[in-house]
Design a protein around this ligand. Structure first.
Ligand code: AGP
Length: 614
């Protein structure tokens, strides 16, 4: 997820761009850049890559604008393709440096397009997917099309997601923007026109805003905005009415980052899946950098992680064993290296970590490498320590996760591990192409199913209100429901400070059921698998001892709902998708109970977003 901004007709264009990038930093910050159109039309570009302070570094480096600069574009990056270095910072330019492009999204067919453009003589200078756009537009400009038609023609060749802004040295006083999937807002004021990824970046300048819709091209000049579709036909703008203050706008209208990130889960999954399947059906994990032979030589997989990442690993284990038929163990990272793990060069050790900096997981991977295993990092931050030290990396693309409690990165991690499982299955021929295609199609449905689960969980706030005052919670599940129970309990503990335990449903009778009494709350995650009846028996056991029960169940299993005092339905889905869907209402339950207790959901006590102490 990146942030883009642009302006036409403003005497303070540079200040507006730099200030807007500050508001967009939460969308990504590993590098930043601007391009300004000088009075003579030439483009002046300035970029910086300085970890979490790239925008500040840009402000220090590019503080004085060229004479007469009133038009420009800016970008703050969350790297997905290409390391977070200055050369990969946006704007990216064409061969002549006369066309500058800023981009949020993923150009899925960038490899094929770049190959064609190189063969036609174009020279590339970055490792980004975005640079392809600059050269495509250049190609059409060279054919004599104007900027808007060149951008339109280029976008008709592109698959993937984008919101872009384009400057052209030979088209003064104009920015051409466009959008597909990734958000794009355009604003108008007297003699000035703006573009941004979202409202906060330009809200201080105008409330006269429109949303650019999918496959629309926006032509911005100081006089105004013209909106066209990819066929060149004029379209009516979608007017936005905004009564937010700027602070609320940074949160996209949500009350806090946790809510925002819970509702970003569909996009986090969609981005993690993007460009990961080739035209001929192969799973494409291009940053994995392990050859088919290296993957085929693997005879065992060990997953290590902490907290929510450990829970995601438990779900990934199921897919790896089921699809690749490889033995797969899962360790809590802080325990892993003390058990004297038996590893060798045929063991694949995968560290799962949102931050890529958790020292327990980092140390586990270092030990795995010392013992000769192949090491892969699954993380959400490009070039994090784990990514740099591992033999290979598989990035989730959930965008920055600001709230301390992990939400959107958990389904992204599960999906990344399922993609790894499919890749292993392909090189080991344990799944044929049809089976891989079927599994991939089911994964592609997940964003829509998560959005439906979010919609179906709107009454969780009322359940939380009914439970306000309860002090003891058990979350129970069986098989793939058990990691869900663990994650639900962790969310409740870290957000509401209430005691909660996640347990395999079959374990209660081995002791913990002694704790069940009137007032105890039990949350049962009922999957539609062969363990359904056994889990419902566990529910009956706790109900008979006075527990209050919440049933999380598939929408096609209304009978299960009757076993509880409250029920939450999730969309019917496979055993590989249902766990991710089941986590959604548990995130919201923890959130609402914490809010009812007046707690800070983004910054819970005693916690840190990244734990860098052992
Ligand atoms: C989860 O909500 C917590 N924030 C915590 O358990 C977290 O998952 C754990 O510290 C691991 O962090 P990582 O994914 O960055 O390695």
């Amino acid at each position: 997820m990146c942030g883009i901004i642009g302006v036409v007709g403003a005497d303070d264009a540079l200040e507006l761009l730099l200030g807007g990038l500050e508001r967009l930093e939460y969308r990504g910050y590993d590098s930043a850049g601007i391009a300004i159109q000088c009075a003579d039309g030439a483009l002046w570009r300035c970029r910086a890559a300085d970890g979490t302070r790239s925008v500040a570094a840009l402000q220090e480096r590019c503080g004085v604008a060229p004479e007469g600069a009133t038009t420009g574009i800016g970008h703050t990056r969350w790297a997905t393709h290409g390391a977070p270095v200055e050369g990969n910072a946006h704007p990216q330019v064409d061969c002549a440096g006369a066309i500058a492009v800023i981009h949020n999204g993923i150009i899925e067919n960038h490899v094929a397009l770049a190959a064609r453009l190189r063969a036609a003589g174009h020279t590339f200078t970055s490792g980004t997917d975005t640079e392809v756009l600059a050269h495509l537009i250049e190609e059409h400009r060279d054919r004599g099309l104007d900027l808007a038609d060149s951008v339109t023609a280029a976008l008709r060749e592109v698959t993937g997601a984008f919101s872009i802004g384009v400057l052209d040295a030979s088209t003064p006083g104009q920015i051409v923007a466009a959008r597909r999937v990734s958000p794009l807002i355009v604003g108008r004021a007297d003699g000035e026109t703006y573009l941004a990824s979202d409202i906060p970046a330009i809200l201080e300048r105008t409330r006269d805003l429109v949303a650019v819709e999918d496959d629309q091209v926006a032509i911005l000049t100081a006089e105004g905005l013209v909106l066209r579709d990819l066929d060149g036909a004029l379209v009516e703008p979608t007017v936005l009415s905004v009564d937010w203050d700027v602070e609320t706008a940074v949160l996209g209208g949500h009350p806090d980052f946790m809510t925002k990130e819970i509702y970003e889960q569909p996009e986090a999954i969609r981005a993690t899946l993007a460009a990961r399947r080739s035209e001929d059906g192969r799973v494409v994990l291009d940053e994995l950098h392990l050859t088919d032979d290296e993957l085929a030589s693997v005879d065992r997989v060990v997953l290590v992680g902490c907290g929510s990442s450990y829970h995601a690993a438990l779900l990934g284990k199921h897919a790896i064993e089921r699809w690749s038929r490889l033995r797969c163990e899962v360790d809590i990272a802080s325990e892993f290296r003390y058990r004297g793990p038996v590893l060798d060069e045929r063991t694949l050790v995968v560290g799962v970590s949102q931050s890529g900096e958790t020292i327990d997981t980092l140390q586990a991977l270092r030990e795995a490498r010392r013992l000769g295993a192949k090491v892969v990092a699954v993380c959400n931050v490009v070039d994090a320590s784990m990514a740099r030290e591992a033999d290979a990396v598989l990035y989730t693309r959930a965008g920055p996760e600001i709230s301390v409690a992990s939400t959107k990165t958990v389904p992204a991690q599960v999906v990344a591990l399922e993609l790894l499982a499919l890749r292993l299955a392909q090189v080991r021929s344990t799944m044929d192409d049809a089976a891989v295609a079927e599994a991939f199609a089911a994964l592609a449905m997940l964003p829509e199913l998560v959005a439906k689960a979010l919609k179906g969980a709107e009454h969780v706030r009322d359940i939380a209100a009914s439970l306000h005052g309860s002090r003891d919670y058990f979350f129970i599940g069986r098989h793939v429901g058990y990691p869900v129970a663990l994650e639900g309990a962790l969310k409740l503990k870290e957000l509401s400070y209430l005691h909660a335990e996640g347990y395999p449903g079959g374990e209660l009778k081995h002791g913990p059921i002694a704790l069940i009494e009137p007032g105890t709350v039990v949350v049962a995650i009922v999957m539609g698998d062969e363990l359904r009846e056994k889990l419902l028996s566990n529910v009956a056991e706790v109900t008979s001892r006075g527990a209050s029960v919440i049933i999380v169940h598939s929408e096609d299993d209304e009978e299960a709902a009757s076993f509880g005092d409250w029920s939450i339905s999730i969309p019917a889905a496979s055993e590989f998708a249902s766990p991710v869907l089941s986590i959604v209402p548990l995130q919201l339950l923890a959130y609402h109970l914490a809010k009812l207790r007046g707690l800070n959901v983004d910054r819970p006590r005693n916690l840190a977003k990244t734990v860098t102490v052992e």
